[in-house]
Design a protein around this ligand. Structure first.
Ligand code: 5GP
Ligand code: MN
Length: 317
């Protein structure tokens, strides 16, 4: 029996959640698991709880079943957290997670706090939570819908198989998903290349506002609330912009800061190779991966940016 089936067996009422501000890996893993349980475990009730997901993932099977509000009347035998490094990252579902009879965490963040679930499968070397999830599944029990979810998560977190976290096993698993007949060019196009005009305008702001440090090895940028309001942009419209800063020739690390509606500031960090930004994000209460991490700060964005840039400079030396 597969490791995942072993955890699911005898469970009759299961809840699934991923991290706040869900991305393709989080949505893909939650829906991949949801479809796997529905297909293979008859008579089991399964609910997926997530914050509203970006519309680009609406094509994934089960996306319309996702609940944004917890069903207070339900007590779950098992609550599974996916692509989520700590209880805080479950947002409003964190308190309910703790109330389930059993908890399971499947994650690939290096900063994972293993103490928040009864059973943990944490493998930071995995390029995505979806890749890890697949290795725990029974491969004979996967269909095309599940393969689409897994592939979506894999391409999201590996930057379409370009980041250093990509391994030959990543490619082998992606190949198996392709063999299931998924429309992978459309998935890649939807997830990576279709940008709204607002997203492109925000990218322009992020690049325009960028400043250089460490002789061009660091690019950092703050996009103000006023600039976002001018374009009617939401924080989601700035996702991915930090990677564009990082992809500038000679740049080893990039930082992007922008304001959340409630006034806090989202910080995204990207780096390459041995430059570890996860440890820097962790110092500000955040986390992530060595080359892609984030945190939230409450105030003083300029001052905090200086601190973060100087920490990266030390990391470079
Ligand atoms: P992004 O910059 O795209 O929001 O996030 C990059 C990576 O860092 C993702 O793997 C994400 O899960 C993680 N991350 C982003 N923000 C936070 C945070 O506030 N706390 C933790 N623990 N991880 C974060
Ligand atoms: Mn992930």
């Amino acid at each position: 029996m597969s490791k995942l089936d072993n955890e699911l067996i005898n469970m009759k009422n299961i809840a699934i959640s991923g991290h706040i501000n869900p991305d393709g890996d989080c949505v893909g893993a939650c829906l991949g698991l949801y479809n796997y349980i529905l297909k293979n475990f008859e008579g089991v009730n399964v609910d997926v709880y997530l914050e509203p997901i970006p519309a680009i993932f609406d094509f994934l099977k089960g996306s319309s079943d996702i609940k944004n509000q917890y069903n207070e009347n339900n007590t779950y035998d098992l609550y599974i957290a996916l692509d989520c490094s700590d209880i805080k990252r479950l947002g409003i579902f964190g308190d309910y997670y703790k109330k389930a009879k059993h908890t399971l965490c499947i994650d690939h963040h290096i900063t994972n706090d293993e103490s928040f679930a009864d059973v943990c499968y944490i493998q930071p070397h995995r390029s995505s939570a979806c890749e890890l999830l697949y290795t725990l599944m029974d491969s004979e029990k996967i269909n095309k819908d599940i393969a689409e979810c897994i592939y979506t998560g894999m391409v999201t977190d590996s930057g379409v198989f370009q980041y250093g976290s990509t391994t030959s096993e990543t490619m082998n698993i992606a190949g198996k998903m392709m063999d299931m007949g998924i429309d992978f060019p459309t998935i890649v196009n939807r997830v990576f290349f279709q940008k709204t005009f607002t997203q492109n305008k925000m990218l322009a702001r992020a690049i325009n506002n960028a400043k250089v440090a460490a002789d061009g090895k660091i690019l950092y940028s703050i996009v103000t609330k006023k600039e976002m309001d001018e374009c009617n942009a939401k924080p989601k419209d700035l996702e991915g912009c930090v990677s564009h800063l990082r992809s500038t020739k000679g740049v080893v690390a990039s930082v992007l800061m922008y304001q959340n509606p409630e006034g806090t500031f989202k910080v995204s960090l990207r780096s390459e190779k041995e430059t570890d930004v996860a440890s820097i994000a962790a110092k500000f209460g955040g986390g992530g991966h060595k080359n892609a991490a984030g945190c939230t700060i409450l105030e003083n964005p300029e001052e905090k940016m200086k601190e973060i840039v100087s920490m990266i400079e030390k990391e470079l030396n």
